[in-house]
Design a binder for this molecule. Structure first.
Ligand code: NAD
Length: 417
């Protein structure tokens, strides 16, 4: 699933970034072989009885890219364009993200190739439960812990938790994260990825000496990541000048709450009263301080990167930038906070949720935010230090730190038998 007209494959991009990290770290060919190979791939057929009685078949996937540093962890996406290759790429990114933030997890990703907008609520529930039942043998709180991603939310997580628990014979809240609070979800999880994006923006602005209360930001994608990032950034005093969704963008509103109200009413940000429309490409090219791509992969490409005027790009989405787009932004001197750092807030608070579920002891919202801040600040500091000491970009630094951690875990565990 890619945006724009680019024919980059997210897997090719992810592998080329890994190759670079392996070379920069001076790792061996053995390391490359173990690091570049996904460990478990599951493709399942998911039959769905539609409300009208027709039975349709959908393809479902679950990829456990790595379990070297702990159970696999990663989101579940419902989107018509997903395929195995993209799911592998996203599972690889999760592996580096968990290593960079030092969470005791490997990396995973999964999903169903379906447009959830075409499903009734009852159909969505049946599809979610059947998909869960197909991947049941490989998930579990000690094996692989799914979470929401594009096209899924806490309702889907509740159905997954229930399907798994019914099969186990007792409640197993720790099998998924991003659950409703009453089922063992964590305070702060809903907004966590957006809050983390805002932490990354705050730190990058500090580094560039820009006063947040005078800074402007444009956000592409107004879903779970983009919306909550917008809310947090407004709280930090930034002016969120434009937001967009799959239908296009808007500018000229008073605050993002107005846009959200229109979205809730109509299903799109487009047409918010009193706003002017703009295209997604126009949004990318606005003269703002900060640009946050928070929609899908391959948004910043050879074609779209040259027009970017922002000084800082904070990747809310996974893999929003192609290698060519990345090179162009580097030439322009743009500070790019890479996805595995910038959007790690979601998996960090997912980790907190899993810990709380295991301990049956729940934290306050303030504790969640404080711990999220601490982990993201530590990771940001490490990335900035490696970038400056090795003379590499933040993306390269982040990849080097995480790939080294996974390689080290491989070496210490050794090869069985
Ligand atoms: P979502 O489904 O809640 O929202 C996606 C948003 O992107 C929607 O506003 C949608 O209209 C918009 N969009 C879709 N296609 C678009 C297009 N072609 N052009 C412009 N906008 C488009 O999804 P989400 O959970 O917010 O995820 C967004 C990105 O962030 C994904 O790359 C996801 O993998 C990543 N991410 C999500 C989380 C999380 O906790 N949800 C965590 C880390 C990373």
């Amino acid at each position: 699933m890619t945006m724009a007209s680019s024919n980059e494959s997210p897997l090719k991009t992810a592998l080329s970034q890994l190759r670079r990290a392996v070379e920069q770290l001076g790792l061996s060919e053995n390391d490359w072989n173990t690091l570049s190979t996904p460990r478990r791939l599951m493709e399942v057929a998911v039959p769905l009885r539609r409300d009208n009685g027709h039975v349709e078949m959908y393809k479902g996937y679950r990829v456990q890219y790595s379990t070297t540093r702990g159970p696999a962890k990663g989101g579940i996406r419902f989107h018509q364009d997903i395929d195995l290759d993209e799911t592998i790429a996203l599972a690889m990114l999760m592996t580096w993200k968990c290593a960079l933030t030092n969470l005791p997890y490997g990396g995973a990703k999964g999903g169903v190739a379906v447009d959830p907008k075409t499903l009734s609520l009852a159909e969505n529930e049946r599809l979610t439960r059947r998909y869960t039942s197909e991947i049941l043998p490989i998930i579990g709180p000690e094996r692989d812990i799914p979470a929401p991603d594009v096209g899924t939310d806490e309702r889907n997580m509740a159905w997954i938790m229930d399907t798994y628990s019914v099969n186990a014979g007792y409640s197993v809240p720790g099998v998924v994260t991003g659950k409703p609070i009453v089922l063992g979800g964590s305070l702060g999880r809903t907004s966590a990825t957006g809050d983390g994006v805002a932490i990354s923006v705050r730190e990058a602005l500090k580094l560039r000496g820009i006063d947040p209360t005078k800074a402007t930001v444009a956000i592409q994608g107004f879903g779970k990541v983009g919306y909550w990032a917008a809310v947090a950034l407004e709280k930090q005093g930034l002016k969120v000048v434009a937001v967009s969704d799959v239908n296009g963008g808007v500018t000229g509103y008073k605050n993002v709450a107005e846009v959200k109200a229109h979205l809730d009413k109509t299903g799109s940000v487009v047409g918010t009263p009193g706003t002017s429309p703009l295209t997604n490409t126009e949004l990318l090219h606005l003269a703002v301080d900060v640009l946050v791509p928070a929609a899908l992969a391959d948004s910043i490409t050879e074609a779209s990167a040259p027009g970017i005027q922002a000084k800082i790009v904070v990747e809310g989405a996974n893999a929003p930038t192609t290698p060519q787009g990345d090179a162009i932004m580097n030439d322009k001197g743009i500070l790019v906070v890479p996805d595995i750092l910038a959007n790690s807030g979601g998996v960090i608070v997912s980790y907190f949720e899993w810990v709380q579920d295991k301990q049956k002891y729940f934290w306050s919202a303030a504790e969640v935010i404080e711990n999220l801040n601490e982990i993201m600040m530590r990771a940001t500091k490490e990335v900035a230090e490696v970038a400056s000491s090795r003379g590499v970009t933040w993306r390269e630094a982040a990849n080097m730190i995480s790939v080294e951690r996974v390689a080290q875990a491989h070496r210490l565990r050794g090869l069985y038998p």
